[in-house]
Design a binder for this molecule. Structure first.
Ligand code: FA5
Ligand code: MG
Length: 391
């Protein structure tokens, strides 16, 4: 085929998704704060001059150079059902990833997708043989330089021609997993992704670890050395037979992967902080152009302001509620939140936690007074809404 990449019929127009009213409601299960709703629909992955868009294009180029066709999807609705995001992927009802402490729910049964794997089943069901699917995903998570509650993933799935898998016909479970056909799929998956990393980075230090996902087996993660530390960039594996069966493709076999575009872009452009992808600052955006891989020149790092907060926690304390509350009050100037001390008073039977919050703006100097005001507001809100006893 001359054009190996087919753009899906859906357009890249994500503006319809940029309506906060779609995400915030008074439904009792809704836990999407306004500062998260405001991020949806920005479509960073479809902007040609944004580092997330540039790296996505470079990844697509690589897949276009492979001998088989991948269909491209980039405009699915970020609101998905619990069936799409979890059930179709064998993620059990009690899995921690489904809990409202980790996931943004719109209603009981709809949510902001936590991974692009939420679209695997529908594309498999539609008859796709191989596809890529990119989009914004949302997770309530820790706060530091490489974690942000909204980020982008690119999913890839490839099924193998039936003839190549004929010898493994009818095999299931252990028998399938120890077959040469399963090993061949895993080997193709790894070499495809190693080829992608070489295409992106040239020679780079990488390592494979075994991993676990309910929807693939065997499963792996890939880490890349970045600034002296191993950074996890993707998860992948051989698609679980039950996932294929649930999509009416039980007679097929294949692989799938999901990678974090911010993590790869941070390595490629040497962008030190994941918050930068969301800035409106022209000193950031003027540095990037479609198709160009350049080292990001930090436009000065303003000094941090550190504040500690200590409190006695109630039994049902959810750390992510606390992290999100800080971001809700202070926004992206919250650079990092770390637990620095924890102890239990045996007499009271109570536990105290002390967190250090690093406040830093990427655009300007902060004054002590403004941070004190934010920290005071945080002390009030954690007491009122999280039921902690501030010390
Ligand atoms: C997944 O999300 C699986 N859906 C990936 C997958 C797809 C596995 C298909 C098998 C088959 P995981 O939670 O590990 O896996 O996230 C995948 C990648 O997203 C990570 O390797 C990392 O690069 C990125 N990522 C995860 N959490 C964050 C975060 N908070 N901020 C930025 N990037 C993140
Ligand atoms: Mg992982």
């Amino acid at each position: 085929a001359s054009t190996k990449l087919h753009q899906s019929a859906a357009t890249s127009e994500s503006t319809t998704y940029a309506d906060p009213a779609r995400y915030v409601s008074d439904h009792p299960s809704n836990n999407v704060p306004p500062h998260i709703a405001a991020l949806v629909g920005k479509g960073l992955h479809t902007r040609p001059n944004h580092p997330i868009g540039i790296i996505r294009a470079k990844i697509q180029d690589y897949f276009a150079s492979l001998p088989h066709e991948f269909t491209i999807y980039d405009a699915e609705d970020p609101i998905v059902t619990t069936k799409q995001c979890f059930d179709d992927l064998r993620i059990p009802p009690d899995h921690p990833g489904r809990s409202p402490s980790d996931t943004y729910y719109i209603t009981d049964t709809t949510l902001l997708r936590t991974h692009t794997s939420a679209h695997q089943s529908e594309h498999l069901r539609s008859g796709a043989e191989a596809f890529l699917c990119a989009g914004d995903v949302y997770r309530r998570d820790e706060i530091d330089a490489s974690h942000y509650p909204a980020f982008h993933q690119l999913e890839g799935v490839r099924l193998f021609p039936k003839e190549e898998m004929a010898a493994a016909d009818g095999l299931a479970g252990e028998a399938w997993e120890s077959s040469p056909e399963c090993a061949a799929i895993a080997a193709d998956l790894k070499s495809t992704l190693e080829g992608l990393m070489d295409h992106l980075f040239g020679e780079t230090e990488k390592r494979w670890n075994e991993d676990y996902f309910p929807f693939t087996t065997p499963s792996y993660e890939l880490e890349i050395k970045y600034q002296g530390e191993w950074l996890e960039v993707l998860g992948c594996g051989v698609v679980h037979e039950e996932v294929l069966q649930m999509s009416d493709r039980g007679d097929r076999r294949g692989w799938a992967f999901g990678l974090g575009l911010e993590r790869l872009a941070m390595i490629l452009f040497q962008i030190p902080d994941i918050r930068l992808f969301w800035t409106d600052d022209d000193r950031f955006h003027s540095q990037f152009k479609s198709g160009e891989i350049v080292k990001f020149e930090p436009y000065s790092k303003y000094p941090p302001v550190y504040k500690d907060i200590a409190f006695w926690i109630p039994e049902n304390f959810v750390e992510n509620d606390f992290f999100e509350m800080a971001r809700g009050i202070a926004g992206d100037i919250v650079e990092r939140m770390e637990l620095i001390d924890e102890f239990t008073n045996p007499k009271k039977g109570k536990t105290s936690k002390c967190y250090r919050i690093t406040y830093r703006s990427m655009d300007r100097s902060l004054t002590n007074e403004e941070i004190d005001a934010l920290q005071d507001e945080l002390r009030v809100q954690v007491g009122e809404k999280l039921g902690v006893e501030v010390r």
